[in-house]
Design a protein around this ligand. Sequence first.
Ligand code: SF4
Length: 121
Amino acid sequence: MEKRELTCIGCPMGCFLTVMLENGEAVSVSGNTCQKGDIYARKEVVDPTRIVTSTVKVSGGDKSRVSVKTNKDIPKNKIFDIMEEINKTSAHAPISIGDVIIRNVAGTGSDIIATGSAEVM
Ligand code: SF4
């Protein structure tokens, strides 16, 4: 049996979780205060994913940056590739919430969408 220890990111309590694995599969989770921690731990040890949130440069707008996020979970090991694309991107105003800023970011099948807006200056 393999033992993995992690901190739950499901809420600010940050419960300290222990996962026991057998043949690459989670067989038990302890330390969680609620079911969300159990679900998070079982997924995290096998297929860790995240929603990425950041900001993108805006050109010609009333703001210099606009907030963005991935429209679905992306593999955790793609975060740096995604941030590199986000940092290279400049979006043109006007931008509305929900606009696609980057399609298929870093080949993940996820889009970067605006969570804020910017008007033309
Ligand atoms: S296990 Fe539940 S209570 Fe604990 S950090 Fe995760 S979500 Fe919060």
